[in-house]
Design a protein around this ligand. Sequence first.
Ligand SMILES: [Zn+2]
Length: 265
Amino acid sequence: MKPLKSCCFMLTCFTFFGLYQCSFLQKEKPNPFYAEISQYSSFQPALYTQYEQLYQQNHNLIYTLNLVNHPSFLKKGDYDSFSFGEHHLFVNPYFRLKADFTPHQLEKVTLPKIHRQSEVMLIDQKTQEMYQQLFTEATSLGLELVIFSAYRSYAYQSHLYEQAKNPDYVAKPGASEHQTGCALDIATLDTGLSEYFEQTAEFHFLKDNAHRFGFILRYPKGKEHITGYPYESWHFRYVGVSIATIIYQSNLTLEEYIYQYVEII
Ligand SMILES: [Zn+2]
């Protein structure tokens, strides 16, 4: 009996020590993924297993959170616009601006633009400042850029939408980036806003350099199913140099950038 008792005692000791060691190890080595992802405000404990699985596939915490929390982000919906980066507004057919939204810092366009009767063309102040730099470089290369459209109010967009022969080609009121004051339609006088602009040296300059000044080609060819708009070689959007550079270098749309890099709350 004695050896058995002693054996039981030893077994108990080992088990106890083993459990102690296990809990000790757990305390010493917390799950680093849990520790990190649980810091985000959109983290939902009940969805942890899904986060863990998707993170193993894409190794991007923000993207993982967005994929699990907002699986329909790139599909149709009806939501309010929201801000990203340094107060830039995300607007597309499904994330719209309110009728009473007006940008704070609008000013008159002072760079070459087309003239429409009784129109005072306005633009966001920072957007014009950065476009000025882009325009100066383009001009030094012998290129001729003309602004065809900048800020558009909700009321004016409503008017354009109602007057459109084909409403599919005109943004609904609230769904136009022009309402932010940070979107520009740029082309040459010869081509205007047409398919021919894509064949100009001006377009090629913008396509490969606009990001250096914080602008992106907002509706690229082949990504219409993501942006919700047809390809427009002339529509550029100011989002700041760092975001524009990531979008340009990774060949993303703004929608894809936000899904991968901005925590959607
Ligand atoms: Zn436009």
